[in-house]
Design a protein around this ligand. Sequence first.
Ligand SMILES: *[C@@H]1O[C@H](CO)[C@@H](O)[C@H](O)[C@H]1NC(C)=O
Ligand SMILES: *[C@@H]1O[C@H](CO)[C@@H](O)[C@H](O)[C@H]1NC(C)=O
Ligand SMILES: *[C@@H]1O[C@H](CO)[C@@H](O)[C@H](O)[C@H]1NC(C)=O
Ligand SMILES: *[C@@H]1O[C@H](CO)[C@@H](O)[C@H](O)[C@H]1NC(C)=O
Ligand SMILES: *[C@@H]1O[C@H](CO)[C@@H](O)[C@H](O)[C@H]1NC(C)=O
Ligand SMILES: [Ca+2]
Length: 409
Amino acid sequence: MSRIMHWILFCNVFVICCGLEEGSSVKKNVPAVNRTLRRFQGFRRPEVRFWPTHKESRFLSLFTVVTFPNGACAGASGDNGTCMAARECSSRGGSANGYCANGFGLCCIFMTSCGSTTTENGTYFVNSGYPTPYDGTGSCEITINKSHPAVCQIRLDFDRFSIAGPEKINNVCNRDQFIVSGGNPVPAICGLNQGNHMYIDAGIGTTNPVKLTFVSGGTPFERIWKVKITQIPCDTIYKADEGCLQYYTGVSGQLKSFNYDPTSGLQLSNQDYGICIRMERNFCGIQYTACTDTVNNRSRSFTLSGNSNSPVNSMTGSGVGPNNCANDWLLIPCAANVGRVQPAQALCTDRICGGTFSADLSMQSASVLTTVKPFRLWFHTDNVEAPVDVDNRGFCLNYVQQPCTNNVI
Ligand SMILES: *[C@@H]1O[C@H](CO)[C@@H](O)[C@H](O)[C@H]1NC(C)=O
Ligand SMILES: *[C@@H]1O[C@H](CO)[C@@H](O)[C@H](O)[C@H]1NC(C)=O
Ligand SMILES: *[C@@H]1O[C@H](CO)[C@@H](O)[C@H](O)[C@H]1NC(C)=O
Ligand SMILES: *[C@@H]1O[C@H](CO)[C@@H](O)[C@H](O)[C@H]1NC(C)=O
Ligand SMILES: *[C@@H]1O[C@H](CO)[C@@H](O)[C@H](O)[C@H]1NC(C)=O
Ligand SMILES: [Ca+2]
């Protein structure tokens, strides 16, 4: 709790008041106490207490004590922070960036880089010299300690994420890497990942800290990153389901493999993780469609295997052979194309790969529906691409949840 006291001295009955404040945390003399402060939206329950106890009296309000929980706030720079008193912000290593709680607090932004340990919720991890790019060799690591023992997950938002991509033969991240250690196993990633996210399982209680490491290899590259670290308490409704590296909410949205970029991205090798979509109330199925590719003449928004410099059909299943997905695949449980005439013994497709998105062997991209619950996908790649698999981008899919009807149960 931050506590800022405002001493309002009423000089006469007609409210000529002069504000004196404890600390340096408030921007200006506070005007006559505004009772609508209680309704201020950014905080759960800002509490305004008056002394003496006659709350309604205009004449006896000599002192005002404003207390507020340390809630999230938007800083003047556009970064998000935590609302607190100035003294608390500097003692915790943050920097004040604009006002919050109607001017009673400061929006304290935590930004950190190589070699530090952070316990602050909402910290941004940036490259050394940020916002100037970093073009050097080395390893930049930070340690995340739980801000509270009741924290179970850590969400990483890649607000900026541009490091060298994988080598172009087998698409292995052997130049630059982003590594998460100390939590559940997370595949190393590289390349372009702005806008993407990860959930890290931080375990229960005071467990080993989670470490985030950016390794910069020898390749000259203008690296830039800004990773927002949100610590998620165990008992919240917005924590991700167990075992999901990525977790999406909402009836519709878009999901991408790491380093997906229609222009220059390459599907990363050595990936193995789950992507979860929260089942929204009254929705029973989920339909996926490849994203529109506005860059390439022939869409590359689902290119997992084959040489995507020429047209490649979709492939399915886990067997061996040219049209199977033995090595790299996106697993959509019991998937079927929308509008497919089901044979009497309808077989579901699970693994999908190739260069076209469809649950049937096809050159035609399709919308793919599944009603398996919970809504989850698994993405797996091995460590080999060349010579069979060339220039694949990975996947970008739009999803739309389907309401419960006669067809979707
Ligand atoms: C109190 O704040 C509300 C909302 O910001 C404003 O409409 C109202 O005029 C203010 N009252 C006083 C006395 O400043
Ligand atoms: C700040 O929070 C808002 C609302 O949650 C979000 O839309 C925005 O992207 C955040 N900004 C940054 C820089 O993290
Ligand atoms: C972080 O946690 C480690 C081990 O739990 C502890 O030794 C260290 O003092 C903590 N650092 C901070 C800044 O809290
Ligand atoms: C961290 O901040 C987010 C909002 O930015 C909030 O939802 C979450 O509960 C906070 N975590 C803790 C441990 O307070
Ligand atoms: C698209 O096709 C045109 C005409 O064949 C060609 O000039 C252009 O380079 C192609 N663009 C891409 C991104 O392949
Ligand atoms: Ca492969």
